[in-house]
Design a protein around this ligand. Sequence first.
Ligand code: SAH
Ligand code: ZN
Ligand code: ZN
Ligand code: ZN
Ligand code: ZN
Length: 460
Amino acid sequence: EGCREAGGKMAASGAGGLCRPGAGVALLGAAAGAPSCPHGPALLFVKTSQGKEEGRRFYACSACRDRKDCNFFQWEDEKVSETRLAAREEYNRNHQPPFTHRQNVERYKNFVLLPLSKRRFCQECQQLLLPAEWEKHSDHQFLCDISTAQLKSPSQLLYPLENKKTNAQYLFADRSCQFLLDLIIDLGFRRVLSVGTPRLHEMIQSKASQEDFRVRSLLLDIDFRYSQFYTEDEFCHYNMFNHYFFGGEAARETCRKFLYQGNGERVIMVTDPPFGGLVEALASSFKKLIAMWKETEEEGRNNQEMPMFWIFPYFFESRILEFFPGFSMMDYQVDYDNHALYKHGKTGRRQSPVRIFTNLTPSMIVLPVAEGYRFCTICQRYVSSGNKHCEICNSCTSKDGRRWKHCVLCKKCVKPSWFHCNNCNCCALQSHTCEKTDAGCFVCGKAGHKRSTCPSLSCT
Ligand code: SAH
Ligand code: ZN
Ligand code: ZN
Ligand code: ZN
Ligand code: ZN
């Protein structure tokens, strides 16, 4: 059960959607005075049926799409006793990581002083070990001789939290990561706010010692394991679904300082959130980060937006544009290391559906010609080689890199595998079963469209 359309697809590939049992659940958002779970303030949801709100509103964890990871639940109108509140606070405290970030920084300092032969990493606890702790981990698997190079690539040392729906950690393939960094440098940015992009952060950090390399990065991520490798100026434990800084005001201040563009050092935010997630919750957090960026300048950047790359699958395009109408989707296919489905097309492998959404002028985003991208002078942007300019739509219309075809009846371009169905009065796969429109959409329950054209491709 759970979410059927987009979420179903994602669930099959491991990145779970924020789909709760029964699927018909809508996010109402962050609410003032919301109760907290170990992941910060909970979000308000409501059960829906046929697209209409129905039944009681409730709070649930913002970060965890699996009840096994966090089972926080509270009715909006529920009276919670003092005893239960106290117990909850106690629970939240107990469910914080064993070491604070500050302690982890101290531990790291001691760790790098050790000779190679004494540098161990516990694979079960995902923790760098100091010799005094070996005993406690004696029946755990561990790695020895942890080199400086390994410490500089924590994303290789730590296992990706991909099985956990909560983190859905899919790491960039080296080629895509290098492409992003080159692009950022060519565009003249000096600071990267890396929100859920540990591998990009790591690539930047590892080059930071090079003399002519001036780019800096601050990583915001919910994966606290990274606090073992980065100082409090390099990493903030952060929840991007509710804009929560686990490190409180000090961490918030670190972020604010980083966003301040002293010496004309321009900032770009790059984010690659879990795909199943609540687009509206992400958008609301990103708007708060943008607001933070705006506040750092006295003169105000009222008419400006913080430059941003939001990396997300192409089928979320309409959802992202709902919240950020000025964004455009680039054709570049972002590849991942540990995601079999999302690797680059050539040599018969599957094509990645993941794209870059940006508020920068599309013509500035130069895509590699060597990988088959070309510049369309009419659209003024780089497109996939298979993406042909449609004279009728007057744009390069393909979303997935394949050549799309124009349907005169639908008055738009459609996937090559689709045919116009007179019954449904739109294009669909030949093998589709005609659906009665008045029965309402299978995804959102609203009447007037079918699931193939549902505007709310997230599962809420
Ligand atoms: N491709 C990126 C990783 C993207 S995977 C790279 O290679 O750098 C998604 C990332 O978002 C993971 O690092 C994960 O830990 C983080 N994440 C997941 N849920 C989050 C949340 N609620 N708040 C902040 N970060 C989160
Ligand atoms: Zn939680
Ligand atoms: Zn067309
Ligand atoms: Zn039909
Ligand atoms: Zn729908």
